[in-house]
Design a protein around this ligand. Sequence first.
Ligand code: ADP
Ligand code: MG
Length: 420
Amino acid sequence: MTFRDFNLDSRLMEGLDAMGFEKPTPIQEKSIPLILDKKNLIACAQTGTGKTAAFILPVLHNLLVNKSQGINTLVLAPTRELAMQIDQQIEGFSYFTNATSIAVYGGGDGQTWTQQKRALAKGADIIIATPGRLISFLGSGKVDFSSLKHLIMDEADRMLDMGFFDDIMKIINTLPEKRQNLLFSATMPPNIKKLAGKIMPDYEEVAISISKPAEGIRQGAYMTHDSQKEPLLLSILKDKIYKSVIVFASTKEKVKNLTRSLKQRGEEVRQFHSDLEQIEREKLMQQFKGKKVRILIGTDILSRGIDVEGIDLVVNYDVPPDPEDYVHRIGRTARAESTGTAFTFINPKDVNRFKGIERLIEKEVPKLKLPEELGKGPDYEQSSHHDKGRGGGRNKRNFRAGGKRKGQDRNQGRRNKRRN
Ligand code: ADP
Ligand code: MG
């Protein structure tokens, strides 16, 4: 199947070409026809599976085919970062069209407030908003939703976890009753269905089940103090059977430092993160695919959507924040029947998070002994007792939400405090 099969407007196809999208992902394949068919929908698929395009493409298509006046679509998203990301993707897809969008989110100064307020009053085809911020604008009476056709809730599970239920209902009460409702979510907790039952008379459901790591992956984990991570990585990299290696670190800064440090030790290594231009990233991927670069160090953007054959080793220099991300990351090795190795470095603070991963994959990952020369590492079971209530399994959404407090609406911050 290709994007051609959806018969999307040719201007969107141009946008897709420019963005390098060729084949729809499974959630796109299932959702896009239903949305084009004007159905209400709950769609559930894990992080990084292309949910944004799944809702944006059919909505943009509809907009282009039936050009409407006023605000056509409202997208609600839990955080400022996500609202901005969605807006950027919309800009990409609609590059060859005249569709307009604005993002409305908290944080920022008085000037941003005024700008957003003016933009809202003026209207745009698509508004992407965090609930708290939108509510504070609704009071001004200058937002006209009377011609709205689509309501989209992205990361609906996270919005509900963050305590946005009342705000969402308040917003929905200002929308025309006749509209298409689309709920997108990484997980499907019962409260999503409760919300769905309240806001739409009937709906279709599509779910792509979470993929378990392929059988061919040999997984192992090391308990380490932070100071032991770099020597441990170096000692693993000494093994030249690993010809193609990806190392994931939690932040851009870590990626940069680690790259510098490994280079100084004569390793053939390159870095991959959001500071690189798209074109640089693509060039780098080509070199890596062509085995001209042995080691790639990157943040999580590296785990999304890349398809490189024959990676021998994935190293999680830090435990990924979200259990699904673990599956994504180690899925970079052992693709299509081949075998591969995945090592994770766990510091004492991350033990509970790692236990969440083991619950998700329903498997205990063997804990490996540090090389002698590195001295003793912390103890896995001991460490987990120090750290009750953090991260892992069912708490992960709250945990993640808490970690992003900085960029959220004022109200959101307050809510998180109450919840965590
Ligand atoms: P989700 O919302 O499910 O977490 P995103 O919509 O953010 O996932 O998509 C993850 C990444 O995959 C983005 O970088 C996006 O550009 C890319 N992507 C999505 N769909 C496709 C596709 N069909 N082909 C190539 N890349 C895609
Ligand atoms: Mg998403």
